[in-house]
Design a protein around this ligand. Structure first.
Ligand code: UTP
Ligand code: MN
Length: 533
């Protein structure tokens, strides 16, 4: 009788045994022992896998070996040491996964060694997200993923109160990302100010039932899924997406057919290249492109700095675009660089389409009153937002320098498409269309080609604003939002990517490093990898 119920328990398991670090003979023995007890063992990760069993020490090692993006991609699966499985065999039953068996996170371990450990206790967490260290990997992905679904739903619904509702969900999610343990009981978070009743309800459901029916319903809701689909298109925000849904469109195909003549170039190209733009940009691609842009920029203007910012700078292995921040240590030297750089990139056949915006910053911008609930993070930097053509070798070559060398021999393939360059990149124009923007996007997409379409933002910051711009363009978006709110509420100052404005003294506060930006804000410095809130 007892044997039967144990067998049933073992039957429930679907275990992925990672072969790394296990001797062949031992692995065979374990597999035989598993089979004898009715444990299902598999070689690949799938949704049905209940446990990943390994001799690796950290979650990151597992994620790397499985060639996954991050720990979040492991979802709900328990990742445990091999000892758990052998202990189960010894006990003759499936024993609970306790902390001693569960794999730890490198990132978290290292951020806790040292003086940050103290402020990790839930009741001691600093109030503002910008005051806390928030790593990319943490213990509560299962909860934060669902809470951020609630956040996104509010953002997309975009009705009265939805902005503050979305913000409240994000705050709760961010607090959970800082906890040095996996939440297993609601009491562990009952006293955290940022976790409100709604989130507590959702967390309780997930802890008790393994899922939240509210979030599940959301994920199955047709309107929500269409909104997610349409706002995923370059150039499409919630209001356009709503219009498309009202017209009865349900697929990208529907929109692509009807919007072929859209006045907005982003929408035309975004739709034609949607599928490709949806695939994640890998880190080597971003690095190689950055090396290429840096080499070109420095050829035009020696001393130019080009940095990869956005999620990649925060340690993400993939991104939805490539954000490059360009500057020059000699204030003013950067003027006129971007149009020339774009021309060079176009000569190299790297530009698909995009638009150029001139710098529209004046100090008045800092003085102007601005609404804190403002959704956009619009800044006034000179910039180019568009889609680039990444040679496919970008994804497979690790050494960016080689790619740059090779690309130096690339033929200027697209220059014929764009007429007079000097005119196209005329920097006085507020907004200029560039690239092969007048071609039919769908026919370009279906041509045989050796490149991938990738979203790129090129931003130029004068050196006096550079470190504020670097913080702003490194993000995360929520980190910035929190910083700006903190500046207003706590310091009575105004923060933008252009600088920090001391309202009472009517002056801007300079910064010569990222550290100084944090010092000026009177908050502890955080490395980019700790700004993932
Ligand atoms: P992204 O939207 O590219 O975010 O903006 P991300 O974190 O890099 O995400 P993935 O990995 O591409 O999906 C990069 C940073 O630039 C800021 C955002 O706040 C974000 O922190 N940003 C973006 C601006 O300051 N202004 C903008 O107009 C756009
Ligand atoms: Mn980005």
């Amino acid at each position: 009788m007892a044997a039967d119920s144990c067998e049933v328990e073992f039957n429930r398991l679907k275990v992925l045994i990672m072969p790394q670090r296990i001797q062949k003979r031992r692995l065979e023995t374990i597999k035989i022992a598993a089979k004898k007890r009715g444990v299902n063992t598999v070689c690949e990760l799938s949704a049905e896998v209940t446990h990943v069993v390994t001799e690796f020490e950290t979650m990151e090692q597992v994620v790397r070996a499985l060639k996954m993006d991050n720990v979040a991609s492991l979802g709900n699966v328990e990742t445990v040491s091999l000892r758990w499985l052998t202990d189960c065999f010894k006990a003759g039953k499936v024993i609970p996964v306790t902390e001693e068996y569960r794999l730890k996170l490198e990132m978290l371990e290292s951020s806790q060694n040292g003086n940050e450990a103290d402020d990790k206790h839930p009741s001691l967490l600093p109030e503002w997200a910008c005051q806390r260290a928030t790593p990319l990997e943490h213990y509560n992905h299962r909860l934060t993923t669902d809470i951020e679904t609630l956040q996104l739903h509010s953002e997309l619904r975009d009705q009265e109160q939805d902005y503050s509702r979305a913000l409240a969900f994000r705050r709760a999610s961010c607090v959970l990302k800082c906890l040095p343990f996996r939440v297993t009981d609601i009491s562990q978070i009952s006293n955290i100010k940022d976790v409100g009743d709604h989130v507590k309800r959702v967390v309780k459901d997930i802890l008790e039932d393994g899922f939240s029916s509210e979030v599940d319903e959301m994920n199955n809701n047709a309107w929500f899924n269409k909104m997610k689909l349409f706002t995923g298109v370059f150039g499409v925000g919630p209001s356009t997406a709503k219009k498309w849904i009202e017209r009865g469109w349900t697929s990208i195909q529907d929109a692509a057919e009807a919007e072929d003549l859209s006045k907005d170039w982003r929408v035309r190209w975004g739709l034609a290249f949607h599928e490709e733009l949806q695939t994640r940009v890998e880190r080597p691609e971003a690095d190689n492109f950055m090396f290429m842009v840096r080499a070109e920029a420095q050829r035009i203007l020696p001393g130019t700095t080009v940095e990869l910012t956005g999620g990649f700078r925060r340690g993400k292995k993939t991104g939805h675009d490539v954000d490059l921040l360009i500057s020059h240590p000699q204030e003013g030297a950067e003027v006129g660089l971007l149009p020339r750089l774009l021309k060079q990139l176009e000569n190299r056949g790297l530009i698909l389409c995009g638009s150029y915006e001139r710098n529209s910053f004046t100090e008045d911008v800092l003085r102007q009153d601005f609404k804190l609930s403002q959704r956009g993070q619009l800044d006034h930097f000179e910039k180019w937002l568009g889609i680039c053509k990444f040679p496919k070798q970008f994804a497979t070559t690790q050494n960016g320098q080689d790619v740059v060398q090779e690309a130096a021999g690339m033929t200027p393939s697209s220059s014929k498409l764009s007429g007079s360059m000097e005119e196209d990149y005329e920097p006085k124009a507020k907004l200029r269309k560039l690239g092969c923007i007048d071609k039919c996007p769908r026919s370009v997409a279906s041509e045989e080609r050796d490149w991938l379409a990738r979203r790129v933002d090129l931003i130029v910051a004068p050196y006096s604003q550079y470190y504020y711009a670097l913080v702003g363009w490194t993000g995360s978006k929520h980190f910035n939002r929190d910083l700006r709110l903190y500046a207003t509420r706590v310091l009575g100052m105004k923060l933008m990517s252009h600088g920090l404005y001391n309202i009472s003294k009517d002056c801007v506060v300079p910064a010569g490093s990222e550290k100084e930006v944090f010092d000026n804000m009177q908050i502890p410095y955080r490395e980019p990898t700790q700004r993932n809130c």
